[in-house]
Design a protein around this ligand. Sequence first.
Ligand code: DGJ
Length: 548
Amino acid sequence: MNHTTPSRNIARLKAWAITATVLTSALVVVSTQGQAAPLPRIITESGRHALLVDDKPFLMLGAQVNNSTNYPDMLPLVWPTIHKLHANTVEVPVAWEQLEPTEGHFDFSFVDALVRQARENGVRVVLLWFGSFKNAGPTYTPEWVKGDTNRFPRMKTHDGRTHFVLSPHSRTTLDADKKAFVQLMQHLRDIDQQHTVIMVQPENEVGGGGIARDYSPEATRMFEGAVPTTLVDGLHLHPGTWSQVFGGRAEQAFNAWHTARYVDEIAEAGKRILNLPMYCNAALTNPFQPNGFGGGASGGPDWGVIDVWKVAAPHINLVAPDIYNRNHEAYITYLDDYTRADNPLMVPETGNARDFARFIWPVLGHGGIGFAPFGMDGTSYANFPLGAEKLDEQTLDAFAQPFAFFNPIAADWAREALAHPTWGVAKSEDNADQSMEMGRWKITAQFGLWQMKDRNDPRNKPNPTETQPIGGGVVAQLGPDEFLVAGEAIRLRFTSVENQNWQFLDVQEGTFVDGQWKMKRRWNGDQIDQGLNFIEPVLLKVRLQTYR
Ligand code: DGJ
């Protein structure tokens, strides 16, 4: 079975639109001391993307802390894990309930502690705003919001009962949330001229938990009315009611539109203060089920309504999948769905169990700008079965290995991935070979092999990696016959697509120093006779040639 030639993947390797698009403007903040720190921003060139930090491409090797780690006393339990992991970014929540415990009175002490300690620890921050929505519920709203369902109305169920989730149709709730978020962004603008905080996630896994939409009489009236022109025009659809236009996914699309408009207004207000990249994360439904509400968080940027979100939320730079599904095919399908010319791929949350670590390779192969396992701190909470049973050394090591490898070359990788087509793989459950054609070359990934031997060698004995969920690799095509290659627990073979004779001209192991390639040694002989075998991560620059 070949997992790696879906048309969507091939499509991204083809020539993209030529015009370079800058998704956010290159504004520069000038600090009170007079130093200028360029705003982090996302750029898109030829359909590929990069996050720029300090005006340089930045690959986010992230780690998200547990939910209740958002208090100063918890921070000492964060940094040792971040360092062991070799992460360059920490994703941390700031909750509405802690920022505005009493209406109109704001407490920034946690934000101050976080930003200061992140600087001391040499990492960047992605701030997660737990506001009206956290996991499709209002649990992080202040008590004065939770307790006043007249002022801050909840959704209504089919039979008129009050549901748990706040209605996205409430102007009062939106304004109150926006006011708090704006305060947060103002504070950030004042204390963070150097942009330790590189991105902001307004809300968390938005949508209606366990409910397709609000069934209040007003919401139903809107649902029975026409789909807004902006949306039908934006999607090139014929006008009509939600059911006429969206059929089976009408309620989900309706809630997606209103929820995305809600979040977009909050993001827009925040960006007016401090124009950082902003993204929304998605609670994902089964990637193989037809579109439509089948449980989970209706209205969030789930894979089936990315198109609606793209039109509804122009101030959200990207929508991002939180991937807790360990199945290889499902994981890759999600990556395919969220990799678009109009949507940079970033995985802001993934399970922290050992078998998720290998997916960093296909994330990078999809041109991903960031990857972050969830639950990375020393508070000893474990979200099994979503992630690991325990964050022990072996589990941490699985992520630390690729992170330590990419950390010193993160800017170089991000730069090359912006400029060149990329392809990445992770081992699948059935250990099958995976392949991709890039120009004149076919690249085949194999797993669970000894370095010298082929799978069918009669003297073979199973390699220990054969049954383990480890192994992955990534390539960037620097030129027609030149590749940057990296991987771990993988063999990568090159062959000519046209079946011509071919040879390695030059295989260099090396690294980047000050943006320039620096060779450590040449691979030859055994190191290339059976393909390129990676045990621990290594960076190679490979030149190939066909001959008659
Ligand atoms: C996804 C959410 O975004 C996280 O905050 C967390 O609740 C995980 N699910 C589960 O641990």
